[in-house]
Design a protein around this ligand. Structure first.
Ligand code: NAP
Length: 268
């Protein structure tokens, strides 16, 4: 493609998630247009510029905005408003907000005359082209831009983000489950790396199957694995009796309540 037709991308707030997203965009979404990243964080921005020839570090946030079409905004929530108030945007630009807790309508008021504001919530594995990428409001062009970075989920209702954010609160629990199972295998005398390889690759394969299933099929996968009197039935029935899954749902409710309060009050 003619490089003049490629969108020029800017990044304000080159932190952990922005670095992962830029890597994902270049390595997996084949983004070859220019990407201007804010100098902060200095270590991360110089690492990106050293690694990719289309990444340039810019010490001025306004200069990033002046020279780009799509701006990815990824500072911490308490830094966001003061920073945006210092900057001037154009009406032909698009802002992609990664910062939690800001609605599209709130941001539009701050960055006017820019009106094309989208919310996108990547997770760290975006670096490997993996993970969910909920986007609101839906946009085909942006979905294509990020399609290699993970599964773009076009969201029609912004309040869906609370449910997705709550689910991301289970990442540590997921790792803990894998670690606990691995430790149990290792405690039987199995080499620790082999124990980790078996457990994590089994979960990886099952998660792949889940990611190809429809919503309705996903609900049936657990019972499809069960044979009467078999080992999967033994584990699943006992965990159901212990209300293990109900406990997970209760924790999700608690997280969602907390996230809704943050949105209402602006306080964590
Ligand atoms: N981490 C995740 O998994 C994740 C996922 C989805 C969304 N998010 C959202 O993404 C945002 C960033 O999260 P993060 O984990 O990447 O945090 P982070 O690593 O602390 O990144 C924030 C970055 O903003 C930079 N910054 C601060 N003030 C700036 C300024 N005036 N101009 C330019 N850059 C400035 C910081 O630079 P210094 O280091 O120099 O202070 C830092 O590099 C958060 O709002 C979070 O809600 C995070």
């Amino acid at each position: 493609m003619d490089s003049k037709l490629l969108p020029r991308i800017g990044v304000i707030g080159t932190g952990a998630i922005a670095e992962a997203l830029v890597i994902g965009m270049i390595d997996h979404s084949r983004c070859s247009g220019p990407i201007r990243v804010s100098i902060r964080n200095e270590q991360r921005s110089s690492r990106l510029a050293d690694r990719f020839e289309n990444v340039v570090v810019d010490p001025s946030n306004q200069s990033i905005i002046d020279q780009t079409d799509i701006i990815i905004f990824a500072v911490l929530p308490d830094q966001a408003v003061a920073l945006l108030n210092e900057l001037t945007f154009r009406d032909d630009q698009t802002l992609i907000n990664l910062v939690a807790g800001f609605s599209v309508s709130e941001l539009r008021k701050i960055v006017s005359p820019l009106s094309r504001v989208h919310r996108l919530i990547p997770l760290p594995p975006v670096e490997f082209g993996l993970g969910p990428l909920p986007m609101f409001p839906p946009c085909e062009d942006l979905a294509n831009l990020f399609s290699g970075c993970g599964k773009v989920i076009q969201v029609e209702d912004e309040t869906d983000f609370t449910g997705f954010a709550a689910v991301s609160g289970l990442m540590a629990t997921h790792h803990r489950l894998t670690a606990t199972v691995t430790q149990w295998v290792a405690s039987r005398g199995v080499n620790a790396d082999n124990a980790a390889a078996y457990t994590s690759h089994m979960f990886h394969a099952l998660t792949y199957l889940e990611s190809t299933a429809s919503g309705a099929d996903l609900q049936r996968l657990a019972r499809k694995c069960v044979t009467q009197g078999g080992i999967n039935e033994l584990a699943l029935d006992q965990l159901e009796e212990l209300q293990w899954f109900d406990q997970v749902v209760e924790r999700l409710d608690t997280i969602a309540d907390r996230l809704e309060k943050i949105v209402e009050t602006g306080n964590p």
